[in-house]
Design a protein around this ligand. Structure first.
Ligand SMILES: Cc1ncc(COP(=O)(O)O)c(C=O)c1O
Length: 400
């Protein structure tokens, strides 16, 4: 056997194993967009499709003001920040964006991270260590789970949104310090965390509460301030807020917002802030422009809510099973990986792109179609989706 054979054998074995479990993933190639300033109609793998699987909820990823801010800043400052924030990578545009985000989230300060994944690793590792405990909703995003693992703290998982079980877990705590991590709006379910109860439980038990509102910010609440505003709470109720810029704000990057000292602690100790190159200034400028558009154009949130309402009414008429979600994330659970793949493929043959989401992203036997809406969709787009969903052969129907 040649010296490379064991390597190729191992690789083929791993890939075959993934395939045998029905978990092979494929990256689709997006090569063009059909509508001006919008990404909902695209050329994907050479096929013209109407897409319902992006997180560009407000339709800002191709907004002219956002693109112009990017171009103007790149022309002036170039395309790379050149260093980490603590060396020479922290530029005027980063500073302005941090101020704008602090203002928007009604907090003293915000600190930028290059991705939401890194922001979540930062919060877990700065606010918890080996002698501590992290409470974690079982449906939390992978980056919260990985952050909790990396911290070395004991992890106490509670069933999705189950605050009664959480109360028991809090009572059993033996560690001096504790952190609770939760998504604000759960990315695969469309459900909102019970933030009012979580906040009072955490306050009573002296537990830090961190909410990852990657999907809620810009979308939920009268002013788009996310799941905290949607739940009638304020910054005082949730001391640590994590947000991303690659979803409703259409660009890239992330932040943590909180008190001055909280943010200073992250700057001093978060390895994912310290040991990585800062975002390009042009990205920061584009994100700030997107934030401004999201504030100045509330009709985007209103249109999104109207799409969700129309879709849910249409699904009920078709007896399609929906989850308890009032958000632009509207999953249809199909159970097996194969059923979800078949449904996704069926939609694609009708020119509709919806991803099939399978374990380990979601629990076993809950593979699903994850449908998301954008303010860039037209009402006709929602109707077209419903027409095609009505033709799905094997979808479970709820009784009338
Ligand atoms: C809830 C949640 N948190 C964090 C992230 C990671 O954010 P980013 O894509 O900026 O790394 C995502 C998805 O990407 C997410 O869905």
């Amino acid at each position: 056997m040649s010296s490379t054979d064991w390597r190729s054998e191992w690789l083929s074995h791993c890939l075959a194993d993934t395939a045998a479990r029905g978990l092979t993933r494929r990256r689709r190639l997006v090569s063009d967009y059909a509508r001006e300033h919008s990404s909902v109609e695209a050329c994907v793998d050479g096929q013209h499709v109407l897409s319902f699987c992006s997180n560009d909820y407000l339709g800002l990823a191709r907004h002219p003001a956002v693109v112009a801010a990017w171009q103007k800043t790149a022309t002036r400052y170039g395309v790379g920040s050149g260093a980490s924030h603590l060396v020479t990578g922290h530029h005027t545009e980063h500073h302005l964006l941090e101020e704008a985000l602090a203002n928007f989230t009604q907090r003293e300060r915000a600190v930028l991270f290059s991705t939401g994944y890194m922001a979540n690793l930062a919060v877990s590792t700065v606010f918890a260590s080996r002698t501590d405990v992290i409470y974690s909703d079982e449906r939390n995003h992978a980056s919260l789970i990985d952050g909790a693992r990396l911290s070395g703290a004991r992890i106490a998982r509670y069933p999705h949104r189950d605050t009664a079980t959480l109360e028991h877990l809090l009572r059993d705590r033996t560690e001096p310090r504790a952190l609770l991590l939760t998504d604000g709006l759960f990315s695969m379910d469309g459900t909102v965390a019970p933030l009012a109860t979580l906040s009072s439980l955490c306050n009573a038990a002296q537990v830090w509460l961190a909410v990852d509102d990657a999907h809620g910010l810009g979308v939920l609440g009268a002013h788009g301030r996310g799941s905290i505003e949607h739940s009638g709470l304020t910054a005082l109720d949730v001391p640590i807020l994590i947000g991303t810029l690659g979803k409703a704000f259409g660009t890239f990057g992330a932040f943590v917002a909180g008190s001055n000292d909280l943010c200073e602690l992250l700057i001093q100790h978060a390895r994912t802030h310290i040991f990585t190159t800062a975002l390009p200034s042009a990205v920061a400028a584009a994100a700030r422009a997107a934030l401004e558009v999201s504030i100045e154009e509330p009709w985007r949130r209103e249109r999104l809510a109207a799409h969700v309402e129309r879709f849910r009414a249409g699904c009920s008429a078709l007896h399609l099973p929906l989850m308890d979600s009032v958000t632009p994330i509207q999953p249809i659970i199909l159970g097996s990986n194969q059923a979800a793949m078949e449904a996704s493929n069926h939609l694609l043959t009708h020119g509709i792109l919806v991803s099939a989401i399978r374990p380990p992203t979601v629990p076993n036997d809950t593979a699903r179609l994850r449908i998301t809406f954008s303010a860039a969709h037209a009402t006709d787009d929602v109707d077209r989706l419903l027409e095609v969903l009505a033709t799905l052969p094997s979808i479970p129907r709820s009784s009338a």
